[in-house]
Design a binder for this molecule. Sequence first.
Ligand SMILES: [Zn+2]
Length: 149
Amino acid sequence: MEAFVIGLLLVVVCLGVVSWPFFRKRSVPSAEAESFDKAVGIQIAASQELKALEAERAVGEMTEAEFFTRRNQLRLAAAHALRDQDLLRPQAQRTPDIESEVLAARRGRQARQPKCPVCSNALLDGTVECPRCGTLFSKNGHVVDSPNR
Ligand SMILES: [Zn+2]
């Protein structure tokens, strides 16, 4: 029994290794899914087939190897359909990822942040003296006195 299980695991691993290059790093939706709705349909169909497959296995209508092979195929199909949904999702439904939001916020803050007109040191709002080079300036950014002049 143990040898059988190990053999099965090997089969599954081999299948995975063999099929991996075909599936990784595909950034375009698969040919079957031309639209978001279709990708959703494919995913639902795959998960229903998975349930049916498990039912078939329960009544002993297939060999374990057949079951695992088919199950892997269905899981892959479901995973691809999920990724296709991401790629094909209408723009309005897309949730912006947190990283780009943080980046945008940071960029906005940098644009608004006052800088020393002499040494470009970033300054706090309302500062009238650059702590780095000692330049004095008025509130509208005009240099009043610079120690380097
Ligand atoms: Zn400065």
